[in-house]
Design a binder for this molecule. Structure first.
Ligand code: BES
Ligand code: ZN
Length: 878
């Protein structure tokens, strides 16, 4: 490489001497050959002497003749001396023979590209129309793939306006961020000119071209909202449309700024890597995240649609109007949109108790952040290939949880006022994390910056140990790690507690390592009088789990809480939290498994969806670890779990009750699936009976969508290589349905089969053309019996897997799903050895995290094996 390009290589950001202001883009895709031609004219401001222009481009063909620079007056045109595409850095350097005139000018580039099949950049998605196979052209630019569609300054802070023109076959629908202002027809081609956009980031530009139907509605201030979907499926768009219209009105009030574009389109795309993408004015979705079918979608599908729509629309303010300055602040976008989506969903569907369900977000955040290989929320980004990996539970779920923590500390009114003022102050511009803290600090008068820096600039979180000593409570914080070691982080922890009743509350900031509180001074009850649980005294720390930390109680306090659970004194969020913290402490070998199981026994009469759902998922994980650590106890443990879920299973039954709620519908499916999974005979028989009825009649009332997954899991439990009929029946349903949610449901249950030979068949099926590459990951969900098979399959198919999913974030899901369930140091070593020659930078972080999980499991297994009284406890409980 010539010397002169060296200065531009290996830089995390583009040089600043040329500033883009306005893009005029013309695209002409050829859907048959999957190619496109394009021209872009970029109005720029040259702010420093240079004869180079450096901007992003990737996978595009540009020749020297195709590039010129027009001076503002139009009098002078400079031809490019040389155009160099630097592949690794994804930049193009245009060199001119002389320095560019300072001030305004226009960079004009003509180029060609391909509509790829990688679900990023400008890509093709496949669908069928009247039995005919077709391609559509779609864009997905976040985080850094606009450069695969047009040369640009592809960084979130390089905002500009966009004026787009598309040349497409007349019969197709062609959408972009803005409405069409002019349409010209010429034979079977039409040229669509779109209105110029307000200033925005490149990653939010979008184009969709294909055959679609739509449904339409308007917000209260007349903004036209449409949902586009496959021809003939428009009824499935109505639910999302209704949510969108209401949500836009709600956000307008909440942020005190109206939606900023003249229209909003939402489109279901058959091949889509993420769940959805918030492109300004043209939000794209997976079908499962947008379409809702009255007859065949489950309650969980409905909830997913509502929360995803609410999330993407939140971005229209938080992300699109106000944009992160750099990817280091990605969490501002994603953490915030996640949090706000709960606010909107709660207002639209209060009966869903969505804030209780929010705790699942916190749990996942805490789970990832409990690894030494986690990363701070604000993470340094040095290359585009590092960005994909930070769309993770830290940015989304820890981010959202911290916002909830802060809101609960500052109070909702103050918080909302500050947000509105932040949006106003930074609209059409970019912001960093500290900008948000500054506005919140100003509005509240609290030291927000100081408080929050301890949470966003260092990774991890604390466990607060609480001990009772007469009437004194002693608190001490240390960093919590699932490995059981103690990190050296320290935080400013917003502590909340209540004692014996939710009316007796105390809040304080734990600033140092430890603190002692005298409870007599502020709490309504005395801790010292009456020693034990029977007196009904209890102390719950981290009320409603509003804080992002774990709590470890001494035995005395833990016993009282268990009693408080049994006697139904605690809120659902607190019941959830006590269980979840105990599970984490158990995994970190800080709480015996016997104690955790005993605690779980206190939830026998639990009926709250979120609490039970977590109880179920914890029971799955315990069964897995026991299978490796103490296989002789496994049957007994399973029996205990079956008994534990019996109460709620009997209440719910298989058939929906007249007028029952959304949460009961969701719970029924999960409870029955758990009973089937743990081998409960009665449930398995009933599942088979109902499945048979379903095979005879897809509209049978015996198997409504909410219980289908449970029936599928039960069916697969009994499938083996010599008894394949259930498996084949499921494949038939998979092939016959055109509802993505049904396909996903089936994929998610196939690999749970205990026969490794079937598991292998399932895994190979995932690589066939019958499974869209976006969906394959759902089928990798193997049970413990399939773990080894999955790993062997993964190694043998690595080339294919890496080629198909390696250029996006989906590959990381394969790695964590397949590697993390192992529980021995030997296995960890084997995995490491394989990746020694198969790793690459874009999966490095995930690989390290997955290996750390294997180590944690291995240590946990050892802990359980040396635990005294475990067998005794298990037998007693079962
Ligand atoms: N901005 C993301 C989409 C995205 C994800 C782009 C990863 C590039 C890489 C979008 O707003 C989003 O967060 N989508 C979520 C769904 C949401 C409800 C959590 C997703 O795709 O899972
Ligand atoms: Zn998002």
């Amino acid at each position: 490489m010539e010397q002169k390009y060296e200065q531009f290589k290996g830089q995390p950001r583009l040089p600043k001497f040329v500033v883009p202001k306005r893009y005029v883009i013309n695209l002409k895709p050829d859907l048959a050959s999957c190619t496109f031609t394009g021209t872009v004219e970029i109005s720029v401001d040259v702010v420093a002497d240079t004869k180079f222009i450096v901007l992003n481009a990737a996978d595009l063909t540009v020749s020297r003749d195709g590039v010129r620079f027009r001076e503002h007056s139009g009098l002078k045109v400079l031809e490019a001396l040389e155009v160099k595409l630097l592949e690794e850095d994804e930049i193009m350097v245009v060199e001119f023979s002389e320095n560019l005139p300072l001030g305004v000018g226009v960079l004009c580039i003509a180029y060609e590209g391909t509509l790829n099949d990688k679900m990023k950049g400008f890509y093709r998605s496949k669908y069928e129309h009247n039995g005919e196979k077709k391609n559509m052209a779609v864009t997905q630019f976040e985080p850094a793939d606009a450069r695969r569609c047009f040369p640009c300054w592809d960084e979130p802070a390089r905002k500009a306006t966009f004026k787009i023109t598309l040349e497409v076959p007349t019969e197709l629908v062609a959408l972009s961020n803005m409405p069409v202002v002019e349409e010209k027809r010429d034979g079977d081609v039409k040229t669509l000119h779109y209105e110029e956009s307000p200033i925005m980031s490149t990653y939010l530009v979008a184009v969709v071209i294909g055959l679609f139907d739509f449904v339409e509605d308007h917000t209260s201030d007349g903004i036209k909202v449409r949902v586009y979907c496959q021809v003939g499926k428009e009824n499935q768009g109505k639910f999302a449309l209704d949510v969108a219209v209401k949500t836009l009105d709600l956000y307008k009030k909440y942020f005190a700024v109206p939606y900023s574009l003249p229209k909003l389109d939402m489109v279901a795309i058959p091949d889509f890597a993420a769940g959805a993408m918030e492109n300004y004015g043209l939000v794209t979705y997976r079908e499962t995240a947008l379409l809702y079918d009255d007859k065949h979608s489950a309650a969980a599908n409905k909830q997913r649609v509502a929360t995803v729509v609410a999330h993407e629309l939140a971005h229209q303010w938080f992300g699109n109007l106000v944009t992160m300055e750099w990817w280091t602040h990605l969490w501002l976008n994603e953490g915030f949109a996640t949090w706000v989506s709960y606010l909107a969903t709660d207002s639209l569907f209060p009966e869903w108790k969505i804030w209780t369900q929010f705790l699942e977000e916190s749990t996942e955040g805490l789970r990832l952040d409990g690894l030494a290989e986690s990363h701070p929320i604000e993470v340094e980004i040095n290359h585009a290939c590092e960005i994909d990996e930070i769309f993770d539970a830290i940015s989304y779920r820890k981010g959202a949880s911290l916002i909830r923590m802060l809101q609960s500390y500052l109070g909702p009114e103050c918080f909302q006022r500050a947000l509105a003022s932040y949006i106003k102050q930074y609209s059409c511009s970019n912001a960093k994390t500290e900008d948000l803290w500054a506005v919140l600090e100003e509005e509240s008068g609290e030291p927000v910056n100081n408080l929050m820096n301890s949470w966003t600039k260092q990774k991890g979180y604390p466990v607060v140990t609480v001990k009772v000593n007469d009437d004194k409570l002693e608190f001490e914080q240390s960093q919590f790690l699932l490995s059981g070691s103690c990190g050296d982080g320290q935080w400013i922890v917003p502590m909340t507690l209540c004692c014996c009743s939710y009316d007796a509350r105390k809040n304080f900031l734990l600033q140092g390592k430890s603190e002692i509180l005298d409870t007599k001074e502020f709490l309504g009850c005395s801790l010292s009088q009456g020693r034990l649980a029977e007196t009904g005294t209890w102390v719950k720390v981290n009320v409603d789990q509003a804080g992002f930390y774990r709590v470890k109680y001494d035995d005395e306090l833990a016993g009282r809480l268990r009693y408080a659970i049994e006697t139904k004194c605690l809120s659902a969020m607190d019941r959830y939290g006590i269980l979840d913290d105990s599970y984490a402490l158990c995994m970190a070998c800080q709480l015996p498994l016997a104690s955790l199981l005993t605690l779980m026994g206190a939830y026998r009469e639990e009926l709250e969806y979120t609490v039970l759902s977590n109880l179920i998922s914890i029971s799955y994980k315990i069964a897995r670890i026991v299978a490796d650590a103490a296989p002789e106890l496994l049957d007994c443990v399973k029996l205990f779990f079956i008994n534990l879920f019996q109460h709620s299973a009997e209440k719910l039954g298989w058939d929906p009750k007249q007028g029952e709620g959304h949460l009961d519908a969701m719970l029924r499916g999960e409870i029955l699936a758990a009973l089937a999974h743990f081998g409960h005979d009665v449930t398995q028989c009933e599942a088979t009976r109902r499945f048979d009825a379903f095979l005879n009649d897809r509209h049978t009332p015996l198997l409504p969508p909410d219980t289908r997954k449970a029936a599928y899991v039960a069916v697969m439990q009994n499938v083996s290589i010599s008894n394949r009929s259930g498996y084949e029946a499921l494949l038939r349903i998979y092939r016959e349905t055109d509802l993505s949610q049904e396909k996903t449901r089936i994929l998610g249950s196939l690999a749970s089969c205990p026969d490794p030979d079937i598991v292998l068949e399932v895994l190979n099926f995932l690589l066939s053309s019958e499974v869209r590459s976006q969906d394959a990951i759902f089928g990798v969900n193997v049970g413990i019996e399939g773990r080894e098979t999955a790993w062997r399959w993964f190694k043998e198919n690595w080339d294919h897997i890496s080629k198909t999913w390696g250029s996006g974030f989906l590959i990381t899901r394969f790695i964590s799903t397949i590697v993390s369930p192992f529980t021995s140091y030997e296995k960890a070593k084997e995995v490491e050895e394989f990746f020694a020659s198969h790793s690459k930078p874009s999966i490095a972080r995930t690989l390290k995290q997955s290996l750390e999980r294997v180590h944690i499991n291995a240590k946990w297994v050892q802990g359980i094996q040396t635990e005294k009284h475990l067998a005794e406890t298990v037998q007693k409980l079962a």
